[in-house]
Design a protein around this ligand. Structure first.
Ligand code: NAD
Length: 338
């Protein structure tokens, strides 16, 4: 079994830990928390060994009667790999700790590409991570764009992509973040960081992205417009290509799925942990092709979409499984159809 430590037990870290547990070839050696809060209590109740981020932080866990197994520097020597799911830029600061113990580490999309030098989306560049001591799983929006644009580019050629992102303002457990009654250009400048971030994985795609924050917590919504090289591209060929693309789910507005709220409801009914939707979700009946220009709407469950990539990044870096085998194993464990 591959022994993994998870540093940061928030929105992403908790999901990664639970997903590791479902894999046949890896186990969670411990999770790292800063605060002795309800999430620490839940981690212990799930059977995870708990470590504090700082040595000095151990006392606050003991004071609350929470069993603490040590601090981050006690955990790192025990693992084969660390997954850093701490807040953006904190991961870069943690890197020297992993290096000190010669342990490879996976970082998240809140870090710059430079933290690892390899930015990762399993189906696009799995083999690039092999042998690297660090890899960065890109952000939720970048992961969705890479899966979908990479697949379409492969068969039809994209000469230019344009994407407008309506981003959820905050995650559901962040009640003090806004906006609550505004649409905020984020950033005002064009392009937003998403297009350049796509290029860290797919350098050949010309893409311009614009982004705004909207008062919702559950999902991001992308309006995608692609100019294609293939003169024979049609609604049917794009739909078929997306049907065949792993971790892309097509839904229909005419089935009553007309909003992100309906997708959240779908996720809950599918019975997955936390109602998580790991796929990039495209409205099939929005796909439109007009004179080599393809358009569609895509939704991204920000809390969930990067979880399978983190699992694949572990096997990719260690070289323990081929790309196709790892994706199949992860999909199977997380109940992703294809
Ligand atoms: P989060 O705030 O929910 O969780 C981070 C956790 O790390 C918190 O529990 C925090 O207390 C803890 N922490 C703070 N400082 C720490 C330290 N020094 N050492 C260890 N832990 C520390 O954040 P998140 O949303 O899970 O984001 C984690 C990473 O994942 C970021 O890089 C983020 O950009 C990326 N990401 C987030 C989302 C999302 O929608 N939430 C989606 C994709 C990627």
């Amino acid at each position: 079994m591959i022994r993994i430590g998870v540093n940061g037990y928030g929105v992403i870290g908790r999901r990664i830990a639970d997903a590791i547990r479902l894999q046949p070839d890896m186990e969670v050696t411990g999770v790292v928390k800063v605060k002795a809060d309800y999430k620490a209590t839940l981690a212990l109740s799930k059977g995870y060994d708990l470590y504090s981020a700082e040595k000095s932080g151990k006392d606050s866990f003991k004071e609350k009667g929470l069993a603490i197994s040590g601090s981050l520097t006690d955990l790192v020597p025990k693992v084969d790999m660390m997954i850093d799911a701490s807040p953006g830029d904190v991961g870069a600061a943690n890197k020297s700790i992993y290096e000190k113990f010669h342990k490879p580490a996976v970082f998240q999309g809140g870090e710059d590409h430079g933290v690892a030098g390899v930015s990762f989306v399993a189906q696009c560049n799995y083999d690039k991570a092999k042998g690297h001591s660090s890899t960065r799983v890109v952000s939720c929006n970048t992961t969705a764009l890479c899966r979908v644009l990479g697949s379409i580019d492969e068969s039809m050629g994209i000469s230019r992509g344009r994407v407008v992102l309506a981003r959820r303002a905050a995650d559901p457990d962040e009640p003090s973040k806004g906006p609550i009654d505004a649409v905020v250009l984020d950033p005002v400048n064009i392009p937003s960081h998403h297009g350049p971030d796509v290029n860290t994985v797919l350098p050949g795609i010309k893409i311009t992205t614009m982004a705004m924050k909207v008062p919702t917590t559950h999902m991001h919504l992308h309006s995608v417009i692609l100019t294609l090289e293939d003169p024979d591209a049609s609604k049917e060929t794009i739909t078929q290509k997306l049907e065949d693309t792993t971790r892309v789910l097509l839904v229909n507005g005419k089935d009553g799925l007309k909003s992100t709220a309906h997708l959240v409801d779908l996720g809950r009914e599918l019975g997955r942990p936390r109602g998580d939707l790991y796929e990039a979700i495209i409205w099939k009946d929005s796909i439109c092709v007009d004179e080599k220009e393809a358009s569609f709407f895509m939704a991204v469950h920000q809390e969930a979409i990067v979880i399978p990539e983190n699992i694949d990044a572990i096997r990719a870096m260690l070289g323990s499984e081929s790309k196709d085998d790892s994706i199949a194993m992860t999909n199977n464990a997380l109940d992703i159809d294809k």
